[in-house]
Design a protein around this ligand. Structure first.
Ligand SMILES: Cc1cc2nc3c(=O)[nH]c(=O)nc-3n(C[C@H](O)[C@H](O)[C@H](O)COP(=O)(O)O)c2cc1C
Length: 187
């Protein structure tokens, strides 16, 4: 039987994953990194477009707005505790790359660094900031992308909205039913 769900719990069922890290860098300041789970793909083509929510309460916001750039880095489950800690402190008073032992790697198209310990890194530029005023939402264009094919741990984590996480598990292969979407089943 269906029971009423408080509206402020809705997001816990559909919050998209995986949790990502977002790096920014402005001028001579040290680079910064924050955690982010409110994001979604809005175009899977070339270039890919990603919508994300990044608020002015984040110290990262300043550099993100000023440069119009960031890197979305995809951490795996081994980094889960660090990801949460990164999302619970501020770059205003903490050198997060140093504190959390992350390796900043130079990006190709943006000033923000890649994170060496992550599975994948996407260099992004703000393409559309019209939804910002109402929703703190930006549309990002991915201008370069990197993946570490050697990495053994590849399970990403999905936030359940309350500090608990779901770890990638069993893979269901239902490709044969994807008849309408053959381009999605390309490897
Ligand atoms: C799991 C998790 C997910 C988060 N998702 C977002 C998000 O989608 N958007 C956002 O603005 N902040 C999000 N945050 C909060 C920021 O990561 C947090 O405010 C962080 O301290 C900002 O760092 P900064 O002040 O150095 O920029 C999240 C935090 C955690 C722990």
């Amino acid at each position: 039987m269906m029971k009423p769900l408080p509206l402020d719990k809705v997001y816990r069922f559909i919050e998209p994953g995986p949790v990502v890290l977002v790096t920014t860098a402005q001028g001579k300041e040290r680079p910064n990194v924050m955690a982010m789970s409110y994001h979604m793909v809005v175009d899977d083509g070339d270039p890919p477009l990603i919508a994300c929510m990044l608020g002015p309460w984040d110290y990262s916001y300043r550099a993100f707005r000023a440069t119009g750039e960031c890197v979305i880095a995809v951490p795996t489950v081994d980094l889960a505790a660090k990801v949460v800690a990164i999302g619970n402190c501020s770059g205003a008073d903490t050198d997060k790359f140093e504190t959390f032992g992350l390796t900043p790697l130079p990006a190709k198209m943006v000033k923000a660094p890649l994170i060496g310990e992550c599975l994948a890194n996407f260099e992004c530029r703000i393409k559309d900031d019209r939804p910002v005023e109402n929703y703190n939402m930006f549309i990002l264009e991915v201008v370069a992308a990197w993946v570490d094919p050697e990495r053994k741990e590849r399970r990403v984590i999905h936030h359940r909205g309350n500090g608990t996480f779901v770890v990638d598990g069993r893979v269901l292969d239902i490709r044969k039913k994807m008849t309408k979407w053959p381009t999605y089943i390309r490897d």
